[in-house]
Design a protein around this ligand. Structure first.
Ligand code: SF4
Length: 250
């Protein structure tokens, strides 16, 4: 996105990418720059599955009371907030995580299904990420989201396939940032020229085919007119001969 902005001077208003890019950091970046995020997150497809939806023990499926800030565990116990922590990504982005804990799991008949901890169940929740996920879920399941999801495997994935398997470009031939950049730039230029050539060739072939079809159509029409006229002529001749015979008989 930053590369796009450096080149064109603005950010696109929509971002389409696979789940590898569905992080809180990226969602925040897109929100700050007013980019609609058509970007899946991990578990996007898993969430749609029956087994996931019906699993009452998953943190994602527990009831959350936003006003009083507590979750309700499967047996009905409140899991209150016991603290906050942070996680820092390799790029330096800091996520705020809230920690919730059940009050007493001792003697709970569902414990073996609920958690394996020796203490009361604790869970970490990233509310900001959940907020982004909710927004992304709505976008991805909208008609526009379905369209982008159907196009995504066709547009970029096909290029990856052609690059890696058809052209066997699986590793860079040079070492060092600048050289690798040049290596890939050359490959991408050649790739695009090849694509352009095939596209132009295809268009020329199509035009030639259309011209051939036009010629065929003209020839067929001409033959049909000639046959029709000959038929009419023969018919007129037979009719006039019949009339002559009738007059002679009279
Ligand atoms: S084990 Fe604890 S958290 Fe799980 S259902 Fe029982 S009381 Fe609730």
């Amino acid at each position: 996105m930053k590369g796009f902005c450096e080149r064109y001077g603005f950010y696109p208003n929509k971002g389409v990418a696979d789940s590898g890019y569905g992080s809180e950091e990226n969602y925040e970046f897109m929100e700050e720059n007013r980019i609609e995020p058509f970007v899946k997150y991990n578990y996007f497809h898993k969430e749609e599955k029956k087994a996931f939806k019906n699993n009452a023990f998953l943190a994602q499926n527990l009831y959350y009371n936003q006003k009083e800030d507590y979750f309700v565990c499967p047996i009905g116990q409140h899991m209150k907030k016991v603290g906050d922590t942070t996680r820092t990504t390799d790029s330096g982005y800091v996520s705020k995580i809230s920690i919730y804990q059940a009050e007493n799991c001792n003697g709970c008949p569902l414990r073996c299904l609920c958690h394996k901890s020796k203490t009361n169940r604790r869970m970490e929740v990233n509310h900001n990420l959940n907020r982004h996920k909710q927004k992304v879920r709505e976008l991805l399941t909208s008609p526009e989201g379905l369209f982008h999801r159907s196009q995504r495997p066709i547009e970029p994935e096909a290029v990856f396939g052609q690059t890696k398997y058809d052209k066997a470009y699986i590793r860079f031939r040079h070492v060092g940032g600048e050289k690798v950049k040049a290596d890939f730039a050359l490959f991408a230029t050649a790739f695009n020229i090849g694509k352009l050539y095939r596209r132009i060739n295809k268009r020329i072939e199509k035009e030639q085919e259309n011209q051939q079809n036009d010629k065929k159509w003209l020839l067929n029409t001409f033959i049909a007119i000639v046959i029709f006229l000959s038929f009419q002529k023969t018919k007129n001749r037979v009719t006039s001969n019949q009339n002559l015979t009738l007059y002679s008989a009279a």
